[in-house]
Ligand binder design. Structure first.
Ligand SMILES: *Cc1c(COP(=O)(O)O)cnc(C)c1O
Length: 425
């Protein structure tokens, strides 16, 4: 037998993993394999501890927690912005942790979508997550434009990925703003943000990226690439917890652009409590906040981001690539008889942090995986998303998952279930 296909080989790879000690920092349920860290990352002990710390500051200080204690709440969004900045390749003042993905997208489009003359359209793609598309359509409607005409969605040639040439070709004179994902949520394709940004700027178009599926998984250099703006959630690879507060980046060249959606937390912090009716916005990305921060949903990020900053995102990415590479090797070797299609790009330069398997029986294969204590997620119509996460999953778990999939197919275990998605997939 090929040595690379053995469980011992998986164990050997785990022993050689420089990041192996981090697994112990997370709450891993015994007898289950969690491959859904790209939908909701697991709780770390550090995140739990900083959440308890901020509970305690409420207990101890009451209202004075805004300015007292180790992590004064009034400055928490900026402090976490600085901690998040290295993960997106930005300067500390360019990032603030606020809002949610969808809220931040609304804020950034409200701020940077400035239709003028015949330059009125927004360019997106047909594969993006629905929330982004709903937000863009509603923004167009608020401006009195018909989304059917003013939202241009680049088409996919294969239903899975986007061609950068097609995106660039769609950057026509009538486009005022571009919003694209960094990593596609289904196929996991990683777009070349640097190339797309350069092409947009050559044509005088403002461009922003949704980093939900790349932040905490892949290094970025937003400032060097000169990206105009970006936004992301922190509950996927960043392990901030359900509903944790999102992130937002604004390139410093845009500092001073008035927030499209203002609120008192958009203020320069020294002015905020002057309570004037004329807003003096913060001089940096802080200006794009609106209201009172969700302190208890920020708190876990203090602990969680400290892990990423200790490890470094380059090391996270290197380990993630090894895991997904190994995963694909085993899928090719073991599952060839069962009509799975590896639908994510295989190349390291264009692949994100998860594996995407397509299969006609995907919905019920996912149910069979769950019955076998493997947590994947199903993406309609026929996708199984599996994320071996660098900080807490192992090569051995990858090996186990492939064996379990093989048994499910061999024994046709999936036939016990209905091929239909659950309410939350
Ligand atoms: C997860 C995700 C979202 C979720 O948006 P929320 O506002 O956090 O609910 C939006 N867009 C993409 C691309 C995502 O992956």
């Amino acid at each position: 037998m090929n040595e690379q296909l053995t469980k011992d080989y998986a164990k050997k790879l785990d022993q050689q993993n420089d990041l192996k000690t981090y697994r112990d920092e997370f709450y891993i349920q015994p007898d289950s394999i969690y491959f859904d860290g790209n939908s909701l990352g697991l709780l770390s002990k550090r995140a739990e501890s900083t959440l308890m710390q901020l509970f305690d500051s409420w207990k101890q200080y009451g209202i004075d927690g805004w300015t007292n204690g180790e992590h004064p709440w009034f400055y928490l969004s900026e402090k976490l912005g600085a901690a998040n900045a290295p993960l997106v390749g930005a300067q500390p003042e360019e990032v603030v942790v606020t809002g949610s993905t969808t809220v931040n997208l609304h804020q950034l489009v409200s701020t940077f979508y400035q239709p003028e003359g015949t330059k009125t359209k927004i360019l997106a793609d047909e594969l993006n997550f629905p929330s982004d598309i709903y937000a863009l359509k509603s923004q167009l409607q608020l401006h009195g434009y018909d989304p059917a005409e003013h939202l241009v969605q680049v088409e996919s040639q294969d239903g899975r990925t986007l061609q950068e040439e097609d995106i660039i070709e769609a950057m026509t004179d009538d486009i005022a703003l571009i919003v694209l994902p960094s990593v596609l949520y289904r196929s996991g394709q990683l777009l070349d943000m640097q190339r797309l940004t350069a092409a947009a700027h050559q044509r005088g178009i403002v461009i922003g990226f949704d980093l939900c599926h790349s932040v905490g998984s892949i290094p970025h250099a937003l400032s060097d690439w000169d990206v105009d703006f970006a936004f992301w959630c922190t509950y996927k690879h960043l392990n901030g917890g359900p509903g944790s507060v999102g992130g937002l980046y604004v390139n410093r060249k845009h500092f001073g652009t008035a927030p499209g959606l203002a609120g008192w937390f958009s203020s320069n912090k020294d002015k905020q409590f002057d309570m004037e009716h004329i807003l003096t916005p913060a001089a940096d990305s802080g200006a794009y906040q609106m209201g009172t921060p969700h302190v208890l949903s920020l708190a876990p990020l203090l602990g969680s981001l400290s892990i990423f900053n200790e490890v470094g995102i380059e090391a996270v990415r290197a380990q993630s690539l090894k895991l997904t590479n190994y995963f694909m090797m085993l899928i090719d070797a073991e599952l060839g008889d069962y009509s799975f299609v590896v639908a994510n790009p295989r190349d390291a330069a264009t692949r994100g942090g998860h594996i995407y398997l397509e299969h006609a029986e995907a919905a019920r294969i996912c149910k069979a995986l769950k019955a076998n204590h493997v947590i994947p997620d199903f993406r309609t119509p026929n996708g199984i998303r599996l994320a071996p996460v660098a900080l807490y999953n192992t090569f051995e778990e990858v090996w186990e998952v492939v064996q379990i999939l093989k048994t499910i197919m061999e024994e046709e275990q999936y036939k016990k279930f209905e091929n239909k998605r659950d309410v939350v997939a």
